[in-house]
Ligand binder design. Structure first.
Ligand code: SAH
Length: 215
């Protein structure tokens, strides 16, 4: 039997997001719009709307829907923003950000995953304002900087200085920071050159690799 994906999507938004305090209506609408099952490998597709991260190969995962929503909400997007998404993975998070902002640069270290993300975005008609790059996003992507918002979908030992450097004044950065196994989801805001950071929740992401990540 073919699952009723739109019913599952609606249930995800109500049960996993709205009931747990995601209140940004634009975020809720974006996650109701993007077909998450199109970003999950075919063999894991039944898990598309599970309340968990889902494996996408190469030891990586597509984040739990709640985390994608919380991170997007933390960026307080209005629709005009240029956004850097570090760790494209499946491309799902980038697709959600593409609905919420004006332009998304999504950078992925593993070339095969960058391919996967790009194909998923193209198939779902989301590649218009979302570009996938292959590279080490722990040092950002300087060519398009500064960014109004930056999101990092992998846990870092510390907030990479390059990312703060590529953030526009009054921009926001959301990033899990901590050990390989436990992190705090940090929101960092930049105002007049100074930064302010606060922790939103404890979390567990796959490790950020690269020059400013885990070796
Ligand atoms: N946001 C993604 C999930 C991210 S999982 C989604 O919605 O599917 C984290 C991803 O970060 C993995 O694909 C991993 O390969 C990638 N990654 C890890 N270190 C990285 C780095 N330094 N630069 C770019 N991508 C990185």
């Amino acid at each position: 039997m073919i699952p009723d994906w739109s019913a599952e999507r609606k249930r995800m938004v109500d049960e996993q997001l709205r009931k747990r305090g995601i209140g940004d209506e634009r975020v809720l609408a974006a996650m109701l719009e993007i077909p998450r099952e199109e970003f999950v490998p075919i063999e894991s597709r039944v898990l598309s709307y599970a309340d968990d991260p889902v494996p996408i190969g190469f030891g990586q995962t597509i984040s739990q829907p709640y985390m994608t929503a919380l991170m997007a909400q933390s960026l307080a997007l209005k629709g005009t923003e240029t956004i850097l998404d570090v760790g494209a993975g499946s491309g799902y998070g980038a697709a959600v950000l593409g609905v919420l902002g004006a332009r998304v640069i999504s950078i992925e270290l593993v070339p095969a995953l960058a391919q996967f993300a790009m194909r998923n975005l193209q198939r779902t008609g989301r590649a218009g304002n979302v570009t996938v790059m292959v590279g080490d996003g722990s040092i950002g992507y300087a060519d398009v900087a500064p960014y109004d918002a930056i999101t990092v979908g992998a846990g870092a030992p510390e907030t990479p200085a390059a990312l703060i450097g590529q953030l526009r004044d009054s921009g926001r950065l959301v990033i899990p920071v901590g050990t390989r196994k436990d992190q705090s989801l940090m929101i960092i805001t930049k105002k007049k050159g100074a930064t302010d950071s606060r922790s939103v929740t404890q979390c567990r992401f796959v490790p950020l690799r690269g020059a400013e990540g885990w070796r």
